[in-house]
Write a protein that binds this ligand. Structure first.
Ligand code: HT7
Ligand code: ZN
Length: 844
């Protein structure tokens, strides 16, 4: 397979002045006519006229009305063209009903829809399918579908046709078309300059009742972007469409966002609090792309984090403002450590701006998205809030309408602040998570913190220069008072010391407050100091972090030494859970144990080989001991945290329900499931129904409720995904693979629906002890299913291969089992480029 390199970038040799597309829709034989005006660039380095095209049947091609013979070459066509402006016309035929890869134009439940990012447009027609080629699009859709939508504003419609025009130049990856039997949930928004924008959420008939929350989230996002970034919406219409079959969460096509239905449809009866929060965030994310992605796009796909890192950063700011800042930060750090750290520490490691790829779809990763956002968070911390917004204003002013690079992005910060960011830029080019070792000294009222940074070399990047690392530090006195408020230390050298004078006694440091940089902090400290910070730190993130570190230490000791759960830690948890002064969401987070794969990662980082069964046993013992310790207070705590009254999916209610659910799961270990069964029977919302079912199933007491749940919800696709996943998530290690296998035989299992496939195979990979069971059955089942999926949907297959990325952490027997499965996948005939790249990287 061909490898593409950042260093090889060359601009396209032609301007695309305008694009007119006509679609004649038909499930198996859609005709696409394109009329594109090209003008050769006077200063072009390369005037080869090459248009991308894949899986297209070319019917005809013309230049200025005269038929021409195009040469079909690998990945597209070439043609001899005039040296002056000309009109290129082509007619192609495509087969949307056969398109199970869900890239280009495809069908989902009888509805036509598109997914063009990253390189799907080339499956619709011949085109320079690269993000730096921007043009205005006019689209005519002919067909007998009741609703036919494209980007921009509608310009005409009649019996069997509709026309659209998007006045904003855009790359082809933002093109979209949707046609089908759809109903809309309407809304409207008046921008700060007084423009009335029509809003619609389009769904399949029957789903109308699940749009209200998404519509409110959209309006809040529009308002927030005006208030915080001064950015207004720029069309008369904003459409969102919900689609059942979709490879990712959603797509920010200009004026016509397309969403995985799981990321937009919500109702109290069918969605949990977590679903509501995620939907609000994804709607915001896609809306924010209108400026960070669409108005200013990427020059090439190596720059993907330019739009994705920034947009994730912006959606996190939004969620923090709408909900709780510390809770959002804690949730994001948990997710970063669970998804990005393993990527950065394993064979799939790459910098936020990769320098080579075979298949760009494989680089929509936690590193590009989440680490990309962390890098922006560090930049903001280093330059300060005012300078951050000054730089952002300059970015929008200078680059509106352009396709940009990370260099452009950093230059606006340099110009706005006068700061040299050349060392900071290493964050974009170096892979791997830096480890920061801290030591301390105290003498005569002076406290010294010494930091040493290093990054274990990831694949292909032996040299690791020191990076700029902002480390937010506060100091507490031994009685718990804060003696130094948060200060951001700038670590720029491999080893550097910082001093604090005038202290009456040796302070307790609170380091890396708010998780000010995506690093692994290594510091020798005691459990009693961690407990002290859990009780006293004024930084909520570090208070949680202290509890989390304590929980990990306790688990690690249980796994390595067979120790009993630490009594002091159990006492600290008991105290916290009973403390009604504390935020329920915070209490729920502290009460949620570190995941078993997190413990495996911690053990690995400390040079041990994790044993998944031992980690599972320690988790079970710990939770059972905690339940017993809290035994007498659990019924009261359960009652005190139960949220009465109508369900409202706000942060406050969600925090209380999260705590209540944790308590219910502990109680269910002791009361034989009585309380959970009562909650299941009386719940009027999915959060409580699901929490009760999960608690019962985990305790192996939920058979009747699981059957009832299926009966109640079998016609709801999204709720059924929960049902599939939960059975596997709750299975014991030795039955996990068998449970998953049985579910793949279920009539409602489908290879063609990525949500259902992910529900089953994602839950298998997510059940740490089950997936890594010594029999190897989990590995085998996943590999078999990935092989089967590859010819149907390469993109989803390749993404899910990443379940194996941590394989070198485990013992030699497990490594051999996984290696066998990876080699089996790689030996599959006609393996997709996507999967081939992922598996080869993991085996390298
Ligand atoms: N920008 C979108 C990425 C995306 C995507 C990429 C590859 C294949 C399918 C895809 N669907 C959506 C989504 C986002 O980050 O907002
Ligand atoms: Zn995005």
């Amino acid at each position: 397979p061909q490898t593409f390199y950042l260093k090889d970038y060359k601009p396209f040799g032609y301007e695309v002045e305008s694009v007119k597309l006509t679609f004649q829709l038909s499930p198996n034989a859609t005709k696409v006519h394109s009329a594109i005006r090209f003008t050769p660039k006077a200063d072009a380095e390369d005037n080869r006229f090459f248009l991308h095209g894949e899986q297209l049947s070319l019917i005809s091609a013309k230049i200025d009305g005269t038929p021409v013979t195009a040469r079909l070459v690998d990945g597209g066509l070439e043609c001899d063209v005039p040296r002056t402006s000309f009109l290129w016309e082509a007619e192609v035929e495509i087969d949307p009903a056969a398109n199970t890869a869900l890239e280009g134009l495809y069908m989902s439940n009888g509805m036509y829809c598109t997914q063009c990012e990253a390189e799907g447009f080339r499956k619709i027609t011949y085109y320079p399918d690269r993000p730096d080629v921007m043009s205005t699009f006019t689209v005519r859709i002919e067909g007998d579908e009741p609703v036919m939508l494209s980007n921009g504003n509608p310009t005409g419609a009649g019996e069997g046709w509709a026309e659209w025009h998007d006045p904003w130049p855009k790359p082809a990856y933002l093109f979209a078309l949707v046609a089908g039997d759809l109903v809309n949930h309407p809304g409207s928004f008046t921008t700060k300059s007084g423009k009335e924008v029509e809003l619609n959420i389009w769904v399949r008939p029957g789903d109308e009742g699940k749009c209200a929350f998404g519509m409110e989230a959209l309006k809040k996002s529009m308002k927030w972007d005006e208030d915080v970034y001064g950015l207004e919406y720029d069309l008369d219409l904003f459409n969102i469409v919900a689609v059942d079959d979709f490879n990712m969460g959603a797509m920010e096509n200009k004026g016509l966002n397309i969403f995985n239905s799981s990321c937009v449809l919500a109702s109290p009866e069918t969605s949990t609090d977590a679903n509501f929060e995620r939907i609000e965030a994804i709607i915001a994310h896609e809306y924010f792309h209108n400026w960070t992605g669409n108005r200013i796009t990427c020059r090439d796909w190596f720059q993907l984090c330019l739009k994705e890192g920034l947009t994730v950063f912006r959606d996190a700011q939004f969620t923090a403002d709408m909900r709780s800042e510390p809770v959002k930060r804690i949730e994001d750090v948990i997710a970063l450590r669970a998804r990005q750290f393993p990527e950065d520490g394993g064979p799939l490691a790459h910098p936020p701006r990769p320098e080579e790829f075979q298949e760009i779809n494989n680089f929509y990763t936690a590193t590009v998205y989440e680490k990309g956002a962390e890098v922006i968070g560090m930049l903001k911390r280093l330059v300060g809030d005012d300078n951050y917004y000054k730089a952002l204003n300059l970015y929008f002013e200078r680059h509106d309408g352009q396709a940009c690079t990370i260099e452009d992005w950093l230059k606006v910060f340099e110009d706005a602040t006068g700061r040299d960011l050349s060392q900071f830029k290493l964050w974009y080019s170096q892979a791997g998570t830096p480890r920061v070792k801290v030591s301390e000294e105290y003498a005569d009222g002076t406290y010294t913190l010494t930091f040493e940074q290093s990054t274990p070399p990831p694949p292909g990047q032996p040299e690791k220069a020191p990076r700029v690392i902002p480390i937010a530090v506060g100091l507490l006195s031994p009685n718990g008072d804060e003696v130094r408020a948060t200060e951001v230390l700038e670590l720029t050298e491999a080893k550097q010391s910082f001093t604090f004078d005038g202290l009456a006694s040796k302070p307790v440091p609170s380091i890396l407050r708010e998780f000010s940089a995506p690093v692994i902090l290594e510091r020798e400290t005691t459990n009693s100091e961690r407990a002290f910070l859990l009780a006293h730190d004024t930084d909520p993130f570090n208070r949680w972090e202290a509890g989390n570190a304590l929980a990990k230490e306790v688990r690690v000791a249980m796994v390595l030494d067979g120790a009993a759960p630490d009594a002091a830690y159990l006492d600290a948890l008991e105290k916290l859970v009973r403390d009604d002064e504390q935020d329920p969401a915070f209490r729920a987070l502290v009460l949620s144990p570190p995941s078993q794969s997190d413990i495996a990662q911690t053990l690995h980082e400390r040079g041990h080989t994790p044993d998944p069964q031992k980690i599972y046993d320690a988790a079970e013992t710990f939770t059972q001991t905690l339940a017993q310790q809290l035994e007498t207070s659990l019924p009261r705590l359960y009652a005190a945290t139960t949220v009465e009254g109508p369900y409202v999916p706000d942060a406050d209610g969600a925090g209380k329900r999260a705590l209540n659910s944790r308590i219910l799961s502990l109680l269910t270990r002791l009361d034989g499931g009585e309380q959970a069964a009562r909650q299941y029977a009386s719940a009027d919302n999915m959060t409580q129904q699901y929490a009760a079912l999960a608690a019962l199933m985990k305790a192996e007491k939920g058979e009747a409720q699981s059957k009832a749940f299926f009966e109640q919800w079998q016609d709801d696709r999204l709720v059924m995904d929960k049902w599939f996943a939960l059975q596997i998530a709750c299975a014991a290690p030795e039955t996990t693979a068998a449970t998953a296998k049985e579910l793949t035989q279920h009539p409602l299992f489908s290879m063609k629906n990525p949500n259902r496939f992910r529900a089953v195979m994602g839950a298998l990979a997510g059940n740490h002890a089950g997936f890594h069971h010594a029999s190897g059955a989990g590995y085998q089942l996943l590999a078999e299913n990935l092989i089967a999926l590859d010819s149907v949907n390469p993109q989803t297959t390749a993404r899910m291969c990443a379940a194996f990325q941590t394989w070198k952490r485990y013992d030699s027997k497990r490594q051999a089992q996984i290696q066998t499965e990876l080699e089996r996948i790689l030996a599959t005939s006609d393996l997709s480029r996507d999967t081939h790249e992922m598996v080869s990287r993991m085996l390298s």
